[in-house]
Ligand binder design. Structure first.
Ligand SMILES: NC(=O)c1ccc[n+]([C@@H]2O[C@H](COP(=O)([O-])OP(=O)(O)OC[C@H]3O[C@@H](n4cnc5c(N)ncnc54)[C@H](O)[C@@H]3O)[C@@H](O)[C@H]2O)c1
Ligand SMILES: [Zn+2]
Ligand SMILES: [Zn+2]
Length: 361
């Protein structure tokens, strides 16, 4: 019997989201239905609502989630009903050119459920990032479920499913931050502050947080920032250079997704340093840089997709660090809300009042 549940739907470009009935099919081969317990509100959900990702409305939003497996389809052995899982949007295929070369964190053919969830009238839904977890239950590929220690509360665990993992991984995996590095993070929302935390855990000696909002900079200090720069009032490139002996930071992480902040990141890093772009730009944005500077400054310019994470490797390990009190994930949960408050949460995100509003079901 298919399930009928309540879910948060983005019906059209820029339209306020609504809570509607969603039909979740029984899991087919390779699929799982998950009872969602918590799902964070990520900036990418807002990008979907604004039509910034694609035009495949209506969307079932929500993709940073944790819950308990309700049912699995034929052939599923990796998870079973009752397992506590974080949902991921990198269910590695094992067969694409990235997987075959031993680099599954880049997997180019990640799995999603093959059946569609629908509205009550049968209209097929596009689940955000192949998840759609602002709903009491959701249908995913079994590989999108990563088992973790159930002692971690869902509101916290779910955050590893997207933004916090993206930020931690941008620092640790993509940027390769390690002991003694100087790091600057531009944009300290949920993603950027997770990059601050990741840099701190990795042993960076100097962590410079940059934002246009002092509230975010105060939070950055809780996650391990050693210096803060408000780039509304201070030139961030000059400030970062000054704080690093005139040279620039070894690793600069851009967590806004705009050309002007990318340029700041580019010029705020030391010679042969690394820039990591984890913020997601929109299709209209372009970048103009002197090619000689790209050459002359050397180093590497990288993008970070989902923090280059491998969920099966990273989620359980990070949850264990959290449970040992070594990773402040609680600090990202600004508030817990109900399904019908997602639109309000977008407004709060827009006003910079929260790192993460988390829907708890
Ligand atoms: N690469 C990935 O896999 C991945 C995953 C999740 C989210 N993201 C992206 O990361 C970005 C950040 O997401 P978030 O959830 O933290 O969003 P957010 O809205 O919570 O945070 C953005 C932060 O940037 C700051 N900011 C805005 N303009 C700025 C400027 N000019 N200079 C400095 N700071 C500025 C804001 O004050 C805010 O603190 C988004 O683009 C999101 O889509 C990427
Ligand atoms: Zn693959
Ligand atoms: Zn996200």
């Amino acid at each position: 019997m298919p399930y009928e549940v309540q879910g948060v739907i983005a019906g059209g470009k820029g339209e306020a989201v609504t809570v509607q009935s969603v039909i979740v099919p029984d899991p087919g081969p390779g699929e799982a239905v998950v009872n969602v317990q918590a799902c964070g509100v990520c900036h990418t959900d807002l990008h979907y609502r604004e039509g910034g990702i694609n035009d495949e409305f209506p969307f079932l939003l929500g993709h940073e989630a944790a819950g308990v497996v309700e049912a699995v389809g034929p052939g599923v052995t990796s998870v079973a009903p009752g397992d506590y899982v974080i949902l991921n949007w990198r269910a590695v295929c094992g067969n694409c050119r990235a997987c075959l070369r031993g680099r599954p964190w880049y997997c180019f053919a990640t799995h999603n459920a093959t059946q569609k969830m629908t509205l009550a009238d049968g209209t097929p839904l596009s689940p955000a990032l192949g998840i759609g977890a602002f709903a009491e239950k959701t249908l995913v590929a079994a590989g999108q479920c990563t088992k973790v220690d159930p002692d971690a509360r869902p509101a916290v665990a779910g955050l590893l499913g997207c933004g916090v993992m993206a930020g931690l991984g941008a620092a640790i995996n993509t940027g390769g931050v390690s002991r003694g590095d100087s790091v600057a993070v531009i944009g300290c929302g949920g993603v950027g502050n997770a990059a601050v935390l990741g840099s701190s855990v990795a042993g960076a000696s100097k962590i410079i947080a940059v934002d246009v909002d002092d509230r975010k900079l105060d939070l950055a200090c809780q996650f391990g920032a050693t210096h803060t720069v408000n780039s509304k009032t201070t030139d961030p490139v000059e400030a970062i250079r000054e704080l690093t002996g005139g040279h620039g930071a070894d690793v600069v992480i851009e967590a806004v997704g705009r050309p002007e902040t990318y340029k700041q990141a580019f010029y705020a890093r030391d010679l042969a340093g690394t820039v990591v772009l984890v913020g997601v730009p929109t299709p209209d944005m372009t970048l103009d840089l002197p090619l000689l500077d790209v050459f002359g400054r050397g180093g590497s310019l990288k993008s970070s997709w989902y923090g280059d994470c491998l969920p099966s490797r990273d989620f359980p390990m990070l949850i264990d660090l959290y449970l040992q009190g070594r990773l402040n994930l609680d600090g990202f949960v600004s508030e817990t809300i109900e399904l019908h408050q997602v639109e309000e949460a977008f407004a709060k995100m827009h006003r910079g009042e929260v790192l993460r509003s988390v829907v708890v079901l």
